[in-house]
Every structure is written in structure tokens, then in C-alpha cells.
Design a protein around this ligand. Structure first.
Ligand code: HEM
Ligand code: MTE
Ligand code: MO
Length: 467
């Protein structure tokens, strides 16, 4: 057994570019990760932030690295260890960037603590048409900023030659207040079903990365018009930046097409209220974007800046994530530039009651769930099967009737059905149809993608029947 090569922090620091090779440290170990940089699922530029130094301050922020398979990848690249005098605990910031995160509701099923990602359990999800704020699913990529409503300013960049606006909350309250009920769904909702088919990279969401609230705020088109923006003929994008950022100051960002932003009928909001309350901190206090009918990732929270740009947002989350690919594409062949960013979502439905693996009474069974489609397309029907899809019954649609072309919110649905005599088990299936007659695929196989997004196959629940 050879003793390891010993390096000083000084030497490690000199390896911080492709020319000098890229080294990083974790604890007292030194790694040459040059060959891994372009393979990094979080993007080459993120990894490069740690080039020549310790990973800890960055990994403290992205706890996705707190997994054995990540350590195994890193171990392959070990080239040596730090010299003993360099092993002393680094003087770098070691305080927990998540220490100031808000307290959460204990009912939430936590997928990741730092950053905080959690969903309501299915048995609570469809208890209310409007999801109560404390159990609304939460998808954070970074620590939750703690913003002072008194000093908060929204920076709205004006068109060339015009001045920027810096809007306080009071300024925003002066615009006409619009209230709309909107369902928000993460692109990764139901990812765990894709993972069961074949491994994907991402948080293992079940059926709860979706929730509904009544949002109130100023319309984005009114605020942009005030700044002097007009709908232009050429394609352009409205870019949003959050006030949540990593230690290098990189903020969460996303964009939507200008046409949607300027269309009063699209009802894009700069929301400051959620179900009659100021936004909770986890959901973007004091102001977030709400883009009805569009994937959750574009509903930027803790909104700091709005600008009209010739190109989509350059954010990692716009360009290198939240895109769909063929099942044939893997991490060696994926070309993120080749696919459009997800905006409107496909038709979706899921069963929330009974739960998979439960035992139900013979006689009659009650089946409940939700259904929703993107782009304002209304759900027109939900079909339910008790025999794995051989025969179907039409469920009763509850919840609020939706406006044509503006069906921003889900429908809850239920079916009371006799349990066929002698059945020992039921294979319950649901599928929804929207007003464009879009339907859900029957299995995940043909829609599987490496990132596990857009998972909307028929939802299946297997239950036993008490004799
Ligand atoms: C994701 C490895 C450095 C930010 C990942 C994943 C792996 C990985 C394996 C995917 C994990 C999963 O989804 O299961 C590494 C290694 C690194 C490194 C081996 C060092 C050599 C960094 C640095 C940063 C960073 C320095 C930040 C500055 C991220 C982000 C993601 C990620 C943002 C994506 C998380 C998401 O999908 O939401 N990394 N990483 N990584 N990494 Fe790294
Ligand atoms: N906005 C900021 N600033 N930071 C974020 O991490 N996450 C996005 C979006 N807006 C995010 C954000 C994603 S991926 C989703 S699904 C929704 O917020 C989740 O909103 P919620 O936490 O209110 O449910
Ligand atoms: Mo998301």
C-alpha cells in the first residue's frame, strides 16, 4: 500500500482551470475532477465554482450531494491528501445557510430538507379544493431568503432608453388587484413512478407536487406597460430573477414568452397574496410570479427582477433542466439545447384515495383524486377502471367549474362503485381527458426521460378487498 501524495492548499488552488486541470478537496482528500466537469448533472459552471478549493461550502447548499453514489463518483478521482498543517478546519464560512429557513407543517412528506422540498400526503391533498397554505407543496432550490417588506423593491427593467422602475409593495398595491385560482404543478410531480421503471435524476416526488391556491396581485402586463413595454412582433422573453441565491450570488431564474406575459387573458400575476394571506416565506414572500397553466418552475418566488430580453433566461433551470427528451437519450448523449424548455404542461390526473397497498371493504368503494391540464385546457372527463383498464366508469367531477381557455385550476373527482362480488383485489386506474381531447399515456415506458419530468401516465393503485 503506497502512502498518498501530499499536497498543500496552495498547490490545490493552482489547479483551477482546464489547462492546469481542475482539483477540489473534501475533508482532507484531494481530487482531480477534470474529466467529470462536463458530466456534472448540475452543470459544468456550478462545479467550476469550487475549482481549486473545498467542496463543503457548496455542498452545504446542494444537499443532493449528501448521497453515497455522489461520494463514489468523487472517490474515482482521488489523487492524494492535504498536508497535515492544511488539514485544520477551514476558516471558510461553515455556518448553516439553511438555519434561517421557516418552520414547516409536520404533515408534509419531506423529499429533501436542504433545500426544502416536500409534498402533502395524498390523504390531505384532495381534502380541500383550495390547498391550505401550510401544506401547499414546496419546491426550493436554495435557502429561503428573509426579506423585509418595508425595504423590498421589485426591479422592473424598462425598454431601451426608458428608466427602470423600482416598485415597493405599496406601489404594487396601486395596480388593479386581480384574484385567480391557479393550480401549480412541478415538472417532477409523480417522478417516483418513472424511477420505478428506470432510474432518473431528481427528487422522488409522489403524486403531491401539485397544489391549488387563490392568488392575488398585480397583472404582469399592467406592470410592464407602466414601465413602457409593448408587445413586440419578434419573439422575446420576460426573464425573472429570484432573491434566493447561492454563495456566488447566482439567483434562481426563469423566463416565459413575452406574448404570454403581455396577454391580459393569460392573467400572469405578480402575486402578493395566497388564499387571502401575505405569501408564506416558503412560497415567495413578499412577491412571486404566478403563470397560470404553466409549469411550476416559471412561477419565480422572492421576485427581485423582471426584464424583457431577446433570449430566454440563461438560468440553469431554464436551459439545463426542466426539458423533456426521448427515452433513448441518456446523460452521455443529452443535448439540452435541442429541446424546448417546458412551459404548458400535459394533461394529468392521480388517485388520492384509496392508497396503494390499502385494504378496502367489500360492497362499495369510493375512489377520489385530482385532474388538471396545462395551458388553460379544461378537464372534461375522468375515466376510472377497477380492473386494470379492461372496463371503465366515468367519475363525477367536483370542484369549481372552469372557464373555457382559462381552466387554470384542477378538478377534484370521485367515483362510488360497487366492488364486483368475489373480487379479492382491485387494480384501480384513472385517466383524464382535456378539452383538446388530449389523453394520458397508459404506461411510463414511452415517456420515460432521464430527468424524470412530465410523468403523467395512467395512475394505478392496487388494493386488497376484505372478504
Ligand atoms: C447535482 C456530483 C460539485 C451543484 C449533482 C449530482 C451529482 C453531483 C452526482 C446529481 C445527484 C442526483 O441527482 O442524485 C458532484 C461532484 C462534484 C460536484 C462529484 C465535485 C467534484 C458541485 C458544486 C456545485 C454543485 C461545486 C455548486 C456550486 C449541483 C447542483 C446539482 C448537482 C445545482 C443539481 C441539483 C438538482 O438537480 O436540483 N452533483 N457535484 N455541484 N450539483 Fe454537483
Ligand atoms: N423561485 C425561486 N426563486 N426559487 C426556486 O427554487 N422553485 C420553482 C418555482 N419558483 C423556485 C422558484 C419550482 S421548480 C417550482 S415547482 C415552484 O416554484 C414551487 O412553488 P411552491 O414552492 O410555492 O410550491
Ligand atoms: Mo418544479
Amino acid at each position: 500500500e503506497k502512502s498518498p501524495h501530499i499536497y498543500t492548499r496552495e498547490e490545490v488552488r493552482s489547479h483551477s482551470s482546464p489547462e492546469t486541470r481542475i482539483w477540489v478537496t473534501l475533508g482532507c482528500e484531494v481530487f482531480d475532477v477534470t474529466e467529470f466537469v462536463d458530466l456534472h448533472p448540475g452543470g459544468a459552471s456550478k462545479l467550476m465554482l469550487a475549482a481549486g478549493g473545498p467542496l463543503e461550502p457548496f455542498w452545504a447548499l446542494y444537499a443532493v450531494h449528501d448521497q453515497p453514489h455522489v461520494r463514489e463518483i468523487l472517490a474515482q478521482y482521488k489523487v492524494g491528501e492535504l498536508s497535515p498543517e492544511d488539514k485544520a478546519p477551514s476558516t471558510l464560512q461553515t455556518s448553516d445557510p439553511y438555519a434561517d429557513d421557516p418552520i414547516r407543517h409536520p404533515a408534509l412528506k419531506v423529499n429533501s430538507q436542504r433545500p426544502f422540498n416536500a409534498e402533502p400526503p395524498p390523504e390531505l391533498l384532495t381534502e380541500n379544493y383550495i390547498t391550505p397554505n401550510p401544506i401547499f407543496f414546496t419546491r426550493n432550490h436554495l435557502p429561503v431568503p428573509n426579506l423585509d417588506p418595508e425595504t423590498y423593491r421589485l426591479h422592473v427593467v424598462g425598454p431601451p432608453g426608458c428608466q427602470s422602475l423600482f416598485l415597493s409593495l405599496d406601489d404594487l398595491y396601486q395596480f388593479p388587484k386581480h384574484e385567480i385560482t391557479v393550480t401549480l404543478q412541478c415538472a417532477g410531480n409523480r417522478r417516483s413512478e418513472m424511477t420505478r421503471f428506470k432510474e432518473v435524476k431528481g427528487l422522488a416526488w409522489n403524486t403531491g407536487a401539485i397544489s391549488t391556491a387563490c392568488w392575488a396581485g398585480a397583472r404582469l402586463c399592467d406592470v410592464l406597460a407602466k414601465a413602457g413595454h409593448q408587445l413586440c412582433e419578434t419573439e422575446a422573453h420576460v426573464c425573472f430573477e429570484g432573491l434566493d441565491s447561492d454563495p456566488t450570488g447566482t439567483a434562481y431564474g426563469a423566463s416565459i414568452p413575452l406574448a404570454r406575459a403581455m396577454d391580459p387573458e393569460a392573467e400572469v400575476l405578480l402575486a402578493y397574496e395566497m388564499n387571502g394571506q401575505p405569501l408564506p416565506r416558503d412560497h415567495g414572500f413578499p412577491v412571486r410570479v404566478v403563470v397560470p397553466g404553466v409549469v411550476g418552475a416559471r412561477h419565480v418566488k422572492w421576485l427581485g427582477k423582471v426584464s424583457v430580453e431577446p433570449e430566454e433566461s440563461y438560468s440553469h433551470w431554464q436551459r439545463r433542466d426542466y426539458k423533456g427528451f426521448s427515452p433513448s437519450v441518456d446523460w452521455d448523449t443529452v443535448d439540452f439545447d435541442s429541446a424546448p424548455s417546458i412551459q404548458e404542461l400535459p394533461v394529468q390526473s392521480a388517485i388520492t384515495e384509496p392508497k396503494d397497498g390499502e385494504t378496502v371493504q367489500s360492497g362499495e368503494v369510493t375512489i377520489k383524486g385530482y385532474a388538471w391540464s396545462g395551458g388553460g385546457r379544461a378537464v372534461v372527463r375522468v375515466d376510472v377502471s377497477l380492473d386494470g383498464g379492461l372496463t371503465w366508469q366515468v367519475a363525477e367531477l367536483d370542484g369549481e367549474e372552469q372557464r373555457p381557455q382559462k381552466a387554470w385550476a384542477w378538478r377534484l373527482w370521485q367515483l362510488q362503485a360497487p366492488v364486483p362480488a368475489g373480487k379479492k383485489e382491485l387494480n384501480i386506474v384513472c385517466k383524464a381527458v382535456d378539452d383538446s381531447y388530449n389523453v394520458q399515456p397508459d404506461t411510463v415506458a414511452p415517456i420515460w426521460n432521464l430527468r424524470g419530468v412530465l410523468s403523467n401516465a395512467w395512475h394505478r393503485v392496487h388494493v386488497r378487498v376484505t372478504p
